[in-house]
Design a protein around this ligand. Structure first.
Ligand SMILES: Cc1cc2nc3c(=O)[nH]c(=O)nc-3n(C[C@H](O)[C@H](O)[C@H](O)COP(=O)(O)O)c2cc1C
Length: 171
């Protein structure tokens, strides 16, 4: 399966990046083709709501920033994994920007499976992120293959690694 992981923490050696790497390694070991993109390192602006994409643009976004690298990957992806730290009780802005820019294609055409990897300091801060993720699964007509959360004492632990690896069985 062609898997695209969007990882949105600016901390390259942080907890979300670690979860995304664990997922990638396990998926590749199972024979999947995986592309991992650190969207926090990309220049991706918010959606302008100009509707160019739904008119003259015929699906193309008017903004020519690093999102242009992601569109072909999103077109090919059969599974989409969102890996985000929790900032103020939801996805961070580095994740929201590329999600909003999917608007030009409305839904990634081949995505059939999704997963959410997310980390935070505190427990019980995941409701908003999980709600958005589940709305996205429904909107993209993709199956939720699972969610792994890691609060401060669950980060980079063997137990969390096992939970992340177990998601691959649902692909
Ligand atoms: C701007 C900002 C907002 C944050 N908001 C929350 C929050 O609402 N709840 C929480 O538990 N942790 C919050 N945190 C902590 C991060 O979610 C936590 O450190 C997470 O593990 C960072 O992931 P990373 O190591 O992948 O960067 C926040 C951190 C930052 C920088």
């Amino acid at each position: 399966m062609n898997i695209l992981i969007l990882q949105s923490s600016p901390r390259a050696k942080g907890n979300t990046a670690w979860m995304a790497e664990e997922y990638k390694n396990a998926a590749e070991a199972a024979g999947h083709q995986v592309t991992l993109v650190n969207v926090a390192k990309k220049k991706i602006a918010g959606c302008l709501a100009c509707e160019y994409c739904h008119g003259k643009g015929e699906g193309a976004c008017v903004q020519k920033d690093d999102m242009q690298e992601l569109y072909p990957l999103l077109k090919e992806a059969e599974a989409l994994v969102l890996a985000t730290p929790i900032y103020y009780f939801t996805f961070n802005s580095q994740m929201q920007a590329p999600i909003h820019r999917i608007y030009s294609m409305m839904t990634p055409p081949n995505v059939k499976k999704m997963a959410l990897l997310t980390s935070s300091y505190s427990p019980d801060v995941y409701d908003a992120a999980i709600a958005q993720y589940k709305y996205l699964c429904n909107f993209f007509k993709a199956e939720d293959t699972g969610i792994v959360t890691a609060k401060i004492d669950e980060q980079k632990t063997e137990e969390t690694a096992q939970k992340v690896k177990a998601l691959i069985n649902n692909l």
